[in-house]
Design a protein. Structure first.
Length: 376
């Protein structure tokens, strides 16, 4: 896609603004979760206010839903059927025409959305139990025959272990990363490394982290340095092509990058933590903590049962047709001045264009950061 074409898509699809411009500049260097605290909610509120039919041209079944849910739902449908946007949408030359109904799949999808909404409403008291993925499982045409040979069915051994409390899990985590002093020390950070694109190419990366709302990020894309800065509720983007203030969606993204770097400090005002059972991440047994976020989002934290370290967080956005997940994996924990930190952070989305892998080679704590670097 050329930039000109990108701009045209952007004008019709406001939600894609951040995503496409950001993508053209940052490739995979995108922020992770879409949540980073109360201020985000204000930014988000502005984005969420408009309904789908106010923002887009040809909405027939998704009427009344917040426009901000369009993108997660489209990603969700694509991933559920194992297709790209082009399976349902028309692209003329370089230009997407998302409002057109020329493709049969798009019309079928409308019927399917309506069916899914009706099933949940009429059969499951409005709970989202039936989703595109329930039937499709990554296939255009759902399978109707169970595969052979059948796996051996085993009785699940009942666990006799007592459930840990959220407080115990968090205490074990704090201990694991080096205790309360470590959390204090890790409050400011300088991280150097590379951002690895899906094609394996890597780009030098440097991040200065002062707090959840003060972070600066530099990526060398080829010879072109690209800088993003977040300072409180405003942010700036600078590259050879751009030098401008960030919009609210971009700010949301960089805030969530900051959130993914911050050592967890889960306490008030986030009191709705519950124990969520046990699951494996790779071959590690994990304790899970769940937390409800505003905006129909939920987060699950996976802590290594033995070491106590945070291995994964998954942020789920609920939509009426299914859940759109974002996953952040923390790998390669190493000791830096008595603080345990992940040297590899992997972020995965249903929309693989935005998945990212950051590998750090140097992390320093307690660095003195010139406050001017966060300014425009
Ligand atoms: C399985 C089919 C399907 C796939 C795949 C799909 N969409 Fe859609 N899309 C739809 C349907 C159906 C609508 C209309 C919904 C309605 O009428 O309420 C729609 C509407 C839209 C609209 C609103 C257009 C307008 O102005 O009315 C945009 C934008 C959009 N999709 C973007 C995308 C993007 C981006 C992707 C890929 C990530 C994607 N879609 C993948 C079926 C699909
Ligand atoms: C209850 C099961 C079920 C659910 C839920 C469901 N589908 Fe389907 N879908 C089917 C079946 C079965 C077919 C095949 C129908 C046929 O071939 O006539 C199908 C076909 C389709 C097709 C046509 C594919 C092709 O290759 O012809 C599209 C597009 C589609 N579904 C989209 C969706 C979307 C989007 C959702 C979620 C909003 C969804 N479906 C939810 C069962 C389901």
């Amino acid at each position: 896609m050329t930039n000109g074409a990108k701009r045209r898509v952007v004008s019709s699809v406001v939600l894609l603004i951040a995503i496409s411009i950001f993508a053209s500049i940052m490739f995979n260097e995108r922020a992770s979760a879409s949540w980073a605290g109360a201020k985000v909610e204000q930014d988000n509120a502005q984005v969420a206010e408009q309904t789908m039919e106010q923002k887009f041209k040809n909405i027939q079944v998704l009427k009344g839903l917040p426009a901000a849910q369009l993108r997660p739902m489209m990603n969700y449908m694509s991933a559920s059927l194992g297709v790209t946007c082009a399976a349902c949408h028309v692209k003329t030359g370089d230009e997407w025409e998302f409002d057109k109904d020329d493709k049969k799949n798009k019309q079928t999808a409308r019927k399917m959305i309506q069916m899914t909404l009706d099933l949940n409403k009429n059969q499951f008291e409005g709970k989202v139990e039936i989703t595109c993925y329930t039937c499709h499982q990554g296939l255009g045409h759902p399978a109707s025959v169970p595969p052979l040979p059948r796996a051996m069915q085993r009785e699940q051994a009942r666990s006799t272990q007592a459930f840990p409390t959220p407080q115990q899990i968090l205490a074990q985590y704090t201990q694991a990363i080096g205790g309360k002093e470590a959390v204090e020390k890790a409050k400011t950070r300088m991280l150097k490394g590379v951002s690895v694109a899906a094609n394996g190419q890597s780009f030098p990366l440097e991040i200065q982290f002062e707090s959840a709302d003060k972070v600066a990020l530099n990526v060398e894309l080829g010879q072109t340095p690209t800088t993003q800065k977040l300072n409180g509720s405003s942010g700036w983007l600078k590259s050879s092509r751009d030098d401008r203030a960030m919009d609210s969606v971009e700010i949301l993204k960089i805030k969530s990058l900051a959130w993914s770097l911050e050592p967890l400090q889960l306490k008030e005002p986030y009191p709705r933590l519950t124990f969520g059972g046990w699951e494996k991440v790779g071959d590690r047994d994990c304790n899970i903590l769940r937390m409800a976020l505003p905006d129909k989002r939920r987060v699950r934290f996976y802590f290594d049962k033995e070491t106590g370290l945070l291995l994964r967080r998954v942020i789920q956005t609920d939509t009426p047709i299914g859940t759109d997940p974002e996953q952040i994996d923390y790998e390669d924990y190493r000791d830096v001045d008595g603080v345990k930190v992940a040297f590899t952070i992997r972020t995965s989305y249903l929309d693989t264009n935005y998945s990212s892998l950051r590998k750090f080679t140097e992390i320093r704590h307690g660095v003195k950061i010139e406050s001017s670097i966060f300014n425009k």
